[in-house]
Design a protein around this ligand. Structure first.
Ligand SMILES: Cc1cc2nc3c(=O)[nH]c(=O)nc-3n(C[C@H](O)[C@H](O)[C@H](O)COP(=O)(O)OP(=O)(O)OC[C@H]3O[C@@H](n4cnc5c(N)ncnc54)[C@H](O)[C@@H]3O)c2cc1C
Length: 537
C-alpha cells in the first residue's frame, strides 16, 4: 500500500490551499483513540478472487426460502414473509450486525448512525411504510387531509440545519446571507420550476416524483429528464447563481454521493419534488432518532432475528432443477454449510451477484456492470464536551454543513434527546464523488484510520478550532459500495429493468433497483419481492 504524507492526504480530500494552511498551523496534531470499523472488504475481495467451498454432505438443510443480506431490503422481505404467516426461511448476513448501510452503533454517550440517519414523513399514499411506522408507535394519527401526524419526539427537533460560511454559522442550508437580488430571483425561478413538477400529474393521475420510485410516472415528459445531467438542466434555464448551484449540488452529494454534473436531472428534481405534497408547502418533516435509521433496522430485526444468521456469507448460489443451492461460510471462510432452497431473495447488491451466482461468474449479464456504487467515509467522533461557539453564530443544529468543504459536515446524535450540553457524538460524512467509482474506492481504501481521522478533524477544525481537545474517540467506517449512483441515463435505462427480473429461482431485492439509495426504496423492493416469492412458494 502506498504511504502518503499528511499534506498529500489533506490536499487530496480537502484541497491544496486548505492542506497547506492546516500543515502550517500544526505539523504534528493530536489524535484521539479510534479504529476502522465494519465492513467485510477483505472477505469481499476473497470472494471476487474465486473462493472455493465444498459443503460436507451432513451440513445441508432444506429451507423453502433463503434471503441473502440483512440490510433494510432483506429485513423488510423477512418482515413481510412473517406478516403473511410464512416463517420458513433463513436470512444470511455477512456482517456481525444487521442493517447494511443503515446500521448504527452505540457507546456510553449515545447511539449513533453509521450510514442512513433519517426519513421524510411518508405521504398518505405510502400506506405500507406508514403501517411499519404505526407498528413502531411513530404515528399519532391523521390530519384533516388524511396526511399522517407523527409523534413529536420522532420529528427532527429545531434547529434542524445550519451552514458554516467564512467563519460564521447561518440558519438553514441555502445561504441567504449576502444573497443578491439576482440570487433571490434565481432561487424563486428554481422554486417555480419544482412547483410545476410537484403539481404535475400524468394521464393516470400519477405524480412525476414521489416515494417510492415505483409509484412515479413513467410518462416520457418526465423520464426524458434522465437524458441530461442536473448541471445541464440548470444551464438550460440560465440558473447560474453560485449559492443556488451549491445548494443543489449539496443535495446531490448528500442523497446520492454525486456532483451536479454527474447526477441525472430526473434524480436531482426527484430530491426536491418527491417530499413536498403540494406547491408552496414545506418539505415533509424529517423523522429521525439518535441512531438514525438504525432504529428502523432494529425494529425489523427484532421481528425476524430467530431466522437470521449473522457473521455468515453467501459465497455461491447454484440454480438447480428444484430451486437453488446456497453455499455459505463463516467470516473466516470456514464452517461451510449449505441450504437447499426453493426460492432465493437476493437482497445484496448486483456487484455481489456477479461473484456469487454461479452462471454469472463466467458470463455476467451486461446490466450487472451498469449498477455503479459510490464510496463514502463516515466517522463517529465522541466528544467530552460541545465545541465553543460565538454568540453571533446560529446555534448547533441537528445537521451542520460546511459551505466551503467537499464533506457534508456532521449530524449530532444527542440532538434528538434534547441534550444541548455535555458529551455527544458527531457523525461526519464524506462522499467521494470521483467520476470513476473505482478510483474513489481505491482512494477510500488506501487511506488508513489516521488519514481519515485527520481529514475529519482538520475539516471540522475550520468551524471548531477546539475539536481536537474535545474528541476522546474517533472511529471510521469506509463504505466501498455505499450508494447506487443515479447518473445520467441510469434511472430510466434498461439496466434497472433487467436487474429487477428474476434469474431462474433467484429474485433480486436491493434498493439499487430503484436507482436511488433510500430507506423507502429498500423497503418497497423488499415488500414487492417477498410478495412475488409468496405467490410462487
Ligand atoms: C453514508 C450513508 C448515508 C445514508 N443516509 C441515508 C439516509 O439518511 N436516509 C436514507 O433513507 N438512506 C440513506 N442511505 C441509503 C441506505 O443505503 C438505504 O437507506 C438502505 O439502507 C439500503 O438498504 P439495502 O438493504 O437495499 O442495501 P444494503 O444496505 O447494501 O444491504 C445489503 C446487505 O447485504 C449484505 N451482504 C452483501 N453481500 C452478502 C453476502 N455475500 N452474504 C451475506 N450478506 C451479504 C450486506 O452486508 C448488507 O447488510 C445512506 C447510505 C449511506 C452509505
Amino acid at each position: 500500500m502506498t504511504t502518503f504524507t499528511r499534506r498529500e492526504i489533506l490536499a487530496a480530500f480537502l484541497g491544496v490551499p486548505f492542506a497547506l494552511a492546516a500543515c502550517r498551523r500544526s505539523a504534528a496534531p493530536a489524535f484521539p483513540e479510534g479504529e476502522i470499523v465494519g465492513t467485510s472488504d477483505v472477505f469481499g475481495h476473497r470472494l471476487r478472487d474465486g473462493l472455493k467451498v465444498d459443503v460436507p454432505s451432513d451440513a445441508w438443510t432444506n429451507v423453502p426460502v433463503v434471503i441473502v443480506g440483512g440490510g433494510v431490503a432483506g429485513l423488510t422481505a423477512a418482515w413481510r414473509l412473517q406478516k403473511s404467516g410464512f416463517d420458513d426461511f433463513a436470512l444470511i448476513e455477512i456482517e456481525n450486525a444487521p442493517g447494511g448501510t443503515s446500521r448504527s452503533g452505540t457507546n456510553r454517550v449515545a447511539s449513533f448512525p453509521w450510514g442512513a440517519h433519517y426519513i421524510p414523513t411518508p405521504m398518505k399514499e405510502n400506506v405500507a411504510l406508514l403501517s411499519l411506522l404505526d407498528e413502531m408507535g411513530v404515528v399519532e394519527g391523521k390530519d384533516a387531509d388524511g396526511e399522517p401526524v407523527i409523534r413529536e419526539q420522532f420529528l427532527c427537533r429545531d434547529p434542524e440545519e445550519r451552514v458554516f460560511y467564512k467563519g460564521r454559522w447561518y440558519e438553514g442550508l441555502y445561504l441567504h446571507a449576502g444573497a443578491t437580488d439576482e440570487d433571490r430571483q434565481q432561487l424563486d425561478k428554481f422554486n417555480a420550476e419544482t412547483a410545476r413538477w410537484i403539481s404535475w400529474r400524468d394521464g393516470r393521475g400519477r405524480r412525476a416524483f414521489t416515494l417510492p420510485v415505483s409509484a412515479c410516472s413513467d410518462d416520457a415528459e418526465v423520464t426524458e429528464l434522465d437524458r441530461i445531467s442536473m448541471d445541464q438542466w440548470l444551464n438550460e434555464r440560465g440558473l447560474y447563481s453560485p449559492r443556488l448551484r451549491w445548494w443543489i449540488d449539496y443535495a446531490c452529494r448528500d442523497d446520492y454521493g454525486m456532483t451536479l454534473d454527474q447526477t441525472s436531472a430526473w434524480a436531482g428534481l426527484f430530491y426536491f419534488c418527491s417530499r413536498v405534497t403540494k406547491p408552496g408547502v414545506e418539505s415533509q418533516s424529517l423523522i429521525t432518532w439518535p441512531e438514525g435509521n438504525g432504529r428502523l433496522v432494529n425494529h425489523l430485526f427484532e421481528k425476524s432475528k430467530a431466522r437470521v444468521q449473522l457473521d455468515r456469507a453467501v459465497v455461491e448460489l447454484i440454480p438447480s432443477e428444484t430451486g437453488v443451492d446456497v453455499i455459505t461460510v463463516d467470516r473466516e471462510g470456514r464452517d461451510p454449510r449449505g441450504f437447499r432452497a426453493r426460492r432465493v431473495i437476493f437482497a445484496a447488491p448486483q456487484f455481489m451477484a456477479r461473484y456469487v451466482i454461479r452462471p454469472y461468474r463466467d458470463n455476467p449479464p451486461p446490466h450487472v456492470a451498469e449498477f455503479q456504487f459510490g464510496s463514502w467515509m463516515v466517522a463517529n467522533l465522541t466528544l467530552r464536551n460541545r465545541p465553543k461557539q460565538s454568540p453571533r453564530d446560529f446555534p448547533l443544529a441537528w445537521d451542520n454543513v460546511f459551505y466551503e468543504s467537499p464533506s457534508l459536515g456532521y449530524v449530532v446524535a444527542t440532538h434528538q434527546r434534547g441534550r444541548d450540553h455535555g458529551p455527544t457524538v458527531l457523525t461526519y460524512y464524506y462522499p467521494l464523488c470521483d467520476e470513476n467509482p473505482r478510483t474513489a474506492r481505491t482512494r477510500l481504501l488506501e487511506t488508513d484510520w489516521r488519514g481519515w481521522a485527520d481529514v475529519a478533524l482538520a475539516d471540522i477544525e475550520r468551524a471548531h478550532p477546539d475539536i481536537r481537545e474535545l474528541v476522546e474517540r474517533l472511529d471510521v467506517m469506509r463504505w466501498g459500495h455505499a450508494m447506487i449512483r443515479p447518473r445520467t441515463g441510469f434511472m430510466w435505462g434498461q439496466a434497472r429493468r433487467e436487474g429487477a427480473k428474476p434469474f431462474r429461482s433467484i429474485h433480486f431485492a436491493h434498493s439499487e433497483l430503484s436507482g436511488v439509495a433510500l430507506f423507502e426504496e429498500a423497503f418497497d423492493v423488499g415488500l414487492r419481492v417477498a410478495d412475488e416469492v409468496l405467490k410462487l412458494i
